[in-house]
Design a protein. Sequence first.
Length: 445
Amino acid sequence: MSDTPDSMGGAFPPPKVRASRPGRFERRERAAADALRTALRDLHMDRFGAVLPRAEEIEFTFRAKCRPGEQWVLRFEPPLTEQAGVQLEEAQAGWGIYRAGRVYCFRCDSSACEHSRPPTLLSVFAGYAENGAAEWHDLGQAFLRARDSRVEQLFEEPPRVLALMEYGRTLRTRQLYSFGRASRTYSILGQVVAGYFLRPRGGAPPSADRRMALTFQVVETRNAQGRFALKLNLLAGLADEVALREWLVSEAASWVHRARDLAERELEEIERRMGMGPGGAAPSAADEMKRVPAVMRRLVEYIERGARQSRRRTRHAQDRRQAQRPIHAALEDARQAGAGSIFHDEKSKAFAVCGPQGRIHIFSRDGRHVTSFEMRPDAVAQRVRTRRWRPADADEVMDLRSAVARFVPAPNAPAAEAHAGGGGIRAVRFEGSRGQPPDPTAGTG
C-alpha cells in the first residue's frame, strides 16, 4: 500500500499558521493610547461626573515637545490636564442655549425654568448652588457679602445708584464640577450688580416701591454653530421685557443704555480679535480674555458716574445745557440717511442711524433722540454680522422719518424752543478717540 496522501484516504492537515505579533512600535502605541484614554476618562469624571459629553465623538489635539538628546524626554506644553480640560469643556458645552435676560440653570439644564430670572425687582444673581441651581438675593445682600461700607447709601431717599463688580469664580465657589462648574455652556466670567434705579410708575399706585436692581453678566457661551461668543446679559426682575427696553431708551435711563452699549462694543471687539472656533483658539485668546475684567471695571465707573451726574443736575441746568447743544446734526442725519444707513437694534428695539464721519444716532420708535456716539465701520459690520442690528425695512424707515419730523424745529427757531416742544429729545455728541471709548456720562441729565 502506498503511503501517499491519496492512498491514506485524505490530505495532510494544513500547517498551523502562527498569528503575527504586533511590532514593538504598535504595542507601545496601544499602550500610550490606553494610558491617554484612562487619563481622559478620569479627568472627565473629576470635572463633570458620570454624565457623558453631549458630543458622540470628540476630536482631540495635543501639543508636546521632545528632547532627543535627553533620552527623548517628552513633555506636554501646556500640561496635558490643561489641554485636555479645555477640549472636554468644549465638548460638554451646549450650543445655542443662550437666552438674553435669563441665566442658565445647570440643575434644570434650561434657561427658561423658575430659577433662571430674578424673582423680585430688588434681586441680583447670587451664584450657583452645589447642584448648579441659579440663586438670587437682594442687592443689599450683595454689598453686605462684599463687606462694602456703602450699603447704607442704597436706602437713602431717593436711593443712590451703586455698582459692584464680582468675579465669575466667586459665583461658582459652591458649584460642583459634576453640575457644570467647568462647563462652557454658560460660563460667567464676571458680573456687575447695580441699583437701585427708579423704574417708571406705569399703572402702579403712588405708594408702590419703584426701586429696581440690575445684573450685567459677562458670559462666555457657544452659538448654534458651536462658535465662541461673548455676551453682556442684562438681568432684571421686570416681568415685562418690553417695559425694560422702553425704560432703557427713555430719557430717565439713557445713561444706563450708553454704559451698557459701550461695554457691549468692547466685548464685541474682544470676540472679534480672538477668532476662536470649535477646534480651538487663536494664540492671543488668553491675552484677550484678560481684558474682560477691565471692561467690567469701566462699566462700574460708567454707571456710578452717570448716576452721580444725573442726581446732581437740576432740570433747569439740563434745559440750559440742552439749549447749547447742536441737536440739528442728529435730526438732519436721520432725515437724510438712506435706507441702507438705518438699522433696527434687535435687543433694545430702537433705531440706529449711521451718519457721516462715523456718527451713530440712536432713536426710540417714537422718534425721540436717545444718544449719539462715534463707531468705526468695522464695528457696524460686526453688529450686522452677529444680527444685533438688521437693516430697517422700507416701512420702518418711513415711520421713523415721520416720527423724527415731529421734533424738527421750524427754520430759525432757537434750540431751546425745539426742546420745549419736542417732548424732551436729547442730542449728545461724543468726541471719543479710536483708542479710548467715549465717556457715557457726557451730556447726561
